[in-house]
Design a protein around this ligand. Structure first.
Ligand SMILES: [Zn+2]
Ligand SMILES: [Zn+2]
Length: 261
């Protein structure tokens, strides 16, 4: 890739981050879609320290590398076994498989992520990698708080997506279109960002923002990234007592996420 091409490619990835911040999250958290906000039950990391700024920058640079490797994988059809074209029929065919492909991807991804996240909390290594992310007891910035992790943690979390798609292609390669991969990354990025806002999205048995928010304060539970299936299986799922009975306040009643910096 040329110097100019690299800059353009990086610009596209940077724009992708901004789409989460300025399009996806505002729409999902709007008063028409989901005005409810999680209450603050612990202090939030009000000001990003230089170490946070560096971690966020490094994560975004890693993302550029990750997307480049994803594209390399997809374009090598012999390895990926995926369908790569702009044929609308092929895209629709792959979408028809989403009721099976998407659950596979998220369940497969979260199996390894849950174990990895659990391992990061092992006391001998916790201070060296994952403690940085838990300095923020009440995430609220969205994407910036989501990617504010140690690079080792971030790399594993990102490349697990590639591994998950690779596993799917081993099972059903010709039925997987590159568009499926794109949407998996987009949905995953949106959910990971939402996990670090105060937007109280609740999709019973599928996805709940409060689960990861609770994990930031109670780090012995809710290790999943997107779904809590494996926490339920491993017995580490916990629901915050107050959340069982209390509906969430409106956006006007509680502090809301400030615009991402
Ligand atoms: Zn987090
Ligand atoms: Zn954790």
């Amino acid at each position: 890739m040329s110097y100019v091409g690299g800059l353009l490619f990086s610009g596209v990835i940077y724009t992708g981050f901004k789409i989460f911040d300025y399009v996806v999250l505002p729409i999902v958290g709007s008063k028409y879609v989901n005005p409810a906000r999680l209450p603050y039950k612990a202090s939030r990391l009000e000001k990003l320290a230089p170490i946070d700024q560096v971690a966020i920058l490094v994560a975004k640079l890693i993302t550029i590398m990750f997307v480049y490797h994803c594209i390399t994988f997809v374009m090598n059809e012999e390895v990926s076994g995926m369908v790569v074209n702009l044929n609308i029929v092929d895209i629709l065919k792959s979408i028809a498989w989403w009721p099976l492909h998407m659950p596979f991807l998220f369940i497969f991804y979260d199996f390894f992520y849950t174990l990895w996240h659990w391992a990061l909390h092992w006391p001998p290594i916790y201070p060296w990698i994952h403690k940085h992310h838990h300095r923020n007891l009440s995430p609220f910035r969205g994407n910036d708080d989501a990617v504010n992790t140690h690079p080792v943690e971030y790399i594993v979390g990102e490349y697990l997506h590639l591994f998950s798609v690779y596993a799917l292609t081993l099972v059903h390669g010709p039925g997987v279109h590159a568009f499926t991969f794109l949407m998996f990354i987009f949905i995953g990025g949106s959910l990971a960002s939402l996990n670090h806002t105060r937007i109280d999205v609740r999709l019973p048995y599928l996805f709940n923002v409060w689960a990861h928010d609770f994990h930031h304060r109670q780090p012995r539970c809710n290790f999943g990234q997107y779904i809590m299936l494996w926490d339920c299986v491993f017995g580490t799922f916990r629901q915050e007592p107050a959340d069982k009975v209390k509906s969430t306040p409106t956006a006007a009643a509680r502090p809301v996420a400030t615009p991402p910096s």
